[in-house]
Design a protein around this ligand. Structure first.
Ligand code: SF4
Length: 113
């Protein structure tokens, strides 16, 4: 069974492929291809918006079919870092803050080259 720490490390390692992609390219991809962008643009909430669900469940539902979750997560970790809030990259803010610790350690340790 994978421990939470191992899971966060695996997610952070999967983002290495985006390490050299400029911020503006990531932003363009998320804005163009993000599955949630039509919701944000049209101010229509999803049908389950009024249900009492956890942040983690919301992330799972909102991002389930999104083809650019890794790009979204990379961008959010770069721009918001440990202050990330809400649902981005298919993860709850709690999970993203844990991934951020592993992600930052990898980047500072030069493990992406
Ligand atoms: S991963 Fe989630 S929050 Fe990010 S663009 Fe896709 S649907 Fe939106």
């Amino acid at each position: 069974m994978v421990s939470p720490e191992d899971y966060y490390e695996v997610v952070a390692a999967e983002l290495d492929r985006y390490a050299k992609v400029p911020d503006e390219v990531l932003l363009e991809i998320v804005t163009r291809d993000g599955a949630c962008m039509w919701l944000r643009a049209n101010e229509d909430g999803p049908e389950w918006e009024d249900e009492e669900i956890t942040d983690r469940d919301a992330a799972a539902r909102l991002c389930a079919d999104c083809p650019i979750r890794g790009v979204c997560l990379e961008l959010e970790l770069r721009t918001a870092g440990e202050n990330t809030v809400g649902v981005w990259g298919g993860l709850s803010q709690e999970d993203r803050r844990q991934v951020f610790q592993a992600w930052r350690a990898r980047r500072e340790g030069g493990e992406t080259s």
